[in-house]
Design a binder for this molecule. Structure first.
Ligand code: PMP
Length: 351
């Protein structure tokens, strides 16, 4: 049952532990006629898929000389990228400034500050574009390195060279009929799809987006500046509950996936129902994930209900549920004892 071989190596620093996350079978979720696996990205050192891109953006910039020793790094992020960057920058000795809309969860800000980063909050009315433009201006005014996750080629590249390789290796001796994911920057879907399309061409790629922000589903193209960044909000966007997903524009990194027809299906999902699925997954499989993971899994179960007998699914779970303690994900979870719990306590005091 348990391996006692350790990991067979000593790690030179924390960033060396990024990646190689496990694909775990679900035993109580989804219809009986399919097999479902989840790729549990919370096994990364700072508990999300974004540790991968954080590391590669910094290392690619080190390699090509864009980032000098001790230079400040700046980025606009809804949280997980900032937390990953804070880990990488702390380990490698770069100061970090994060811009983040005030609407994202408090524990994300505090985590980044705990890891030594500065967090500049931008008004929620300015949406994702406001935090992005703030980061861009800070970089230009101060000569900082702008990580620029929405345009940076190092984003999708790391998913092609790690996430996808791990999936291909783990499913070497198994069918893989459906791979299901959502998108924030689109790095995960674009990078993994590059490899799946060439090496597992029969695998169907399902992309999920919020039902009230169907940027891709709308078919309306994104207007862009010369550097690929958006000119403004996409008309199909509305505020939604799936933190980390679908900013108010179609990122350049995701555009490659659209242009290459990397998705066999784009499916809308209700994020509130996705939260219910995250809670179901925790209570029935012992796997903790956030709102985006729950929403991705809900999409996968809907596809599975109509899928052929024996289909094998792999579903991305981008982060951990613990990142959402102060958010609606945990709203229905009381801190006080229920009547049943109180009765159990009382029963120990009866003589
Ligand atoms: N879920 C969460 C919680 C995220 O933070 C992100 C990244 N913003 C994603 C999903 C999507 O990942 P990607 O940026 O690779 O599309």
């Amino acid at each position: 049952m348990y391996s006692t071989e350790g990991r067979g190596r000593l790690y030179p620093d924390i960033v060396a532990t990024v990646g190689d996350t496990p694909c775990v079978r679900l035993n109580r979720t989804g219809p009986d006629h399919v097999t479902m696996y989840v790729k549990v990205e919370s096994f990364n050192p700072l508990s999300s898929v974004k540790d991968r891109l954080a590391l590669n953006i910094i290392e690619a910039a080190e390699r090509d000389g864009q980032l000098r020793p001790g230079q400040t790094v700046v980025e606009a992020t809804s949280g997980n990228t900032g937390i990953g960057l804070a880990m990488v920058c702390a380990a490698k000795g770069y100061p970090l400034v994060i811009t983040m809309a005030e609407s994202f969860s408090i524990e994300r800000r505090r985590l980044m500050r705990f890891l030594g980063a500065k967090v500049v909050l931008t008004p929620k009315e300015e949406r994702g574009i406001g935090m992005y433009n703030t980061a861009k201006k800070l970089a230009a005014d101060n000569g900082w390195f702008f990580a620029s996750q929405f345009e940076n080629g190092a984003n999708a590249d790391i998913h092609e060279s790690t996430t996808a390789r791990e999936i291909l290796a783990d499913f070497r001796d198994s069918a893989l009929d459906y791979w299901v994911t959502g998108y924030g920057t689109g790095g995960t879907v674009t990078g993994v799809a590059r490899a799946l399309r060439s090496e597992r061409p029969d695998c169907k790629i399902v992309l999920s987006e919020p039902h009230n922000a169907q940027l891709i589903g709308s078919g309306v193209p994104q207007e862009r500046l010369a550097d690929g960044s958006p000119t403004g909000s996409h008309p199909a966007w509305e505020p939604h509950v799936i933190q980390g997903w679908t900013p108010d524009f179609i990122p350049k990194v995701l555009q490659e996936g659209i242009d290459q027809s990397f998705f066999d299906e784009v499916r809308p999902v209700d994020g509130v129902k996705g939260m219910g699925m995250a809670q179901y997954l925790a209570a029935n499989e012992g796997i903790l994930t956030g709102v985006s993971g729950g929403s991705t899994l809900l999409t996968a179960v809907e596809v599975a209900n109509e899928a052929p007998e024996g289909s094998v699914f792999l579903v991305m779970l981008p982060d951990t549920g613990e990142r959402y303690l102060s958010t609606p994900l945990f709203e229905s979870i009381p801190a006080e004892m229920s009547e049943e719990e109180a009765a159990l306590f009382t029963s120990t005091r009866e003589t």
